[in-house]
Structure formats: structure tokens, C-alpha cells
Design a protein around this ligand. Structure first.
Ligand code: FPP
Length: 234
């Protein structure tokens, strides 16, 4: 492959449908989804990807039944408990993007522990988008920018540049997304990384997230490799 994206973002859709197809409950689908993350991390290291953002729980996912919401946060805790040593030993850095409000304390301390332990790692950044919504992120960034100007006694009405604004996004300092992947056949963005995907290539696949393996990633990367990116130029 000639070009490898610096940042891929994944909308991991289809866990529920995968479970139904296997005659399992939805939690088992999410558990299989967590296993697919293991495989994605292994392949990402193999292909030298530097940044992977994962849509693990959106600000809209609170509308789901409470038991399903609980099971996703429990799976996150389990994921970190089981894998943190291995993730750390591979030089993977964990980042969290999203609002801290409403996330159960146990899940928050688990993700904080992972972020802190891996903060100096450089091989691959895995950005867990948890309680993440792009509109929430933009409003949060705007408020953060105003607050910081206020505390620094700077002119509140001074011109805002993209560079200044971006510093307040949850994803800062990650680079823009080069490739956005959505599984399970839906062709929507669902409030994911709206600012960061401004010039991303978008790849949709019918594969359900738990079935998204190394060869599915290779297909996505090969498709990306064929795209001609002009960023509005000629
Ligand atoms: C979408 O599938 C998936 C989610 C909303 C949650 C993603 C969560 C995981 C991959 C597992 C959790 C693990 C960690 C480590 C956070 P869906 O439930 O919308 O599937 P459906 O559309 O087929 O019902």
C-alpha cells in the first residue's frame, strides 16, 4: 500500500444484529464487539497506523435500555482490566474523548487509569470515544475557549482561528481523520467527529462489527489507498 492513513475512525455498528443472528443476547454482541477491537489493535500495529478512534458510546446511546447501557460500561471496565498490561507493553496510548458527565464512576476511574498509565506511549493512540457526541464536543470547545480567555484576561471578542479552537476539542491533539469506517451497512455519520472528518475518506461495509477482522481492515485500507485526495484543490 502506498498511503496508510494517519488517523482512522470507526463507527462499530452491528453488534446487536450479530447477536440476533447467532441467537444470543445483545450483551453477547457487544462482548464480541470488544473482541473485534483486540483484532483491530493487532492489525493496526501490524500496518503502522498511528491513531485509531473508536465510537464506543455516543451521547445518544443513553436512550437505550438501562441494562444495555450498564453492560457496555461493564464491558469497558472488563476490557481495560483484562488488556491494560498487554496494551501498555505494546506501546499503545489510550485516550478518552467525550463528556465526563454521566459516565459511571467505576468506568471513569478505569478509563482514567488506562489513560494515565499509557500516557507516554508512542506507537499507536487508541482514542475511546465514550459519551461522545460531535455537537456536544463543539459546544464544549466553544465554552472552554471562552473560559480560558476569561481566566487569562484576554479579549473575549478577539477573532477565533481554527488553530485556537481545535485546542479545546476532546480529540486534541490528534490529527484530522483520514479514513472513516462504518460497519453494518448503515450510511450515516451519527454525530461522530464532525469537525475532524471534514476531509476524511468514508468507507462503508456491510460486515457487522464483531466480524470485522484483519482482512476486512485490509479491504478498507486498500480502498483508501486507491482514493485520490485533493482537499478541494485540483
Ligand atoms: C453499535 O452496535 C455498537 C455500540 C453502540 C457500542 C459499541 C461497543 C462495543 C464495540 C463493545 C464495548 C466494548 C468496549 C471496550 C467499549 P448496535 O448495538 O447499535 O448494533 P445493532 O445496530 O445491530 O443493534
Amino acid at each position: 500500500m502506498k498511503s496508510i492513513p494517519k488517523h482512522i475512525a470507526v463507527i462499530m455498528d452491528g453488534n446487536g444484529r450479530w447477536a440476533t443472528k447467532q441467537g444470543l443476547n445483545r450483551t453477547e454482541g457487544h462482548r464480541a464487539g470488544a473482541k473485534a477491537i483486540d483484532s483491530l489493535l493487532t492489525s493496526s500495529l501490524e500496518f503502522g497506523l498511528q491513531n485509531v478512534s473508536l465510537y464506543a458510546f455516543s451521547t445518544e446511546n443513553w436512550k437505550r435500555p438501562i441494562l444495555e447501557v450498564k453492560s457496555i460500561f461493564e464491558l469497558l471496565i472488563e476490557f481495560i482490566t483484562d488488556r491494560l498490561d498487554d496494551i501498555h507493553s505494546k506501546g499503545i496510548r489510550i485516550k478518552h474523548s467525550g463528556s465526563r458527565n454521566r459516565i459511571p464512576k467505576s468506568a471513569l476511574s478505569s478509563i482514567d487509569r488506562a489513560v494515565e498509565r499509557t500516557s507516554k506511549n508512542k506507537t499507536l493512540t487508541v482514542n475511546f470515544c465514550l459519551n461522545y457526541g460531535a455537537k456536544d464536543e463543539i459546544i464544549h470547545a466553544m465554552n472552554g475557549l471562552i473560559q480560558s480567555r476569561k481566566s487569562a484576561k484576554k479579549d473575549l471578542l478577539g477573532k477565533v482561528t481554527e488553530k485556537e479552537f481545535e485546542k479545546y476539542l476532546y480529540t486534541y491533539p490528534l490529527p484530522p481523520v483520514d479514513l472513516l469506517i462504518r460497519t453494518a451497512g448503515e450510511q450515516r455519520i451519527s454525530n461522530f467527529l464532525l469537525w475532524q472528518i471534514a476531509y476524511a475518506e468514508v468507507y462503508f461495509t456491510k460486515t457487522l462489527w464483531p466480524d470485522f477482522d484483519r482482512s476486512a481492515l485490509v479491504d478498507a485500507l486498500q480502498d483508501y489507498d486507491k482514493r485520490i485526495r485533493k482537499f478541494g484543490g485540483l
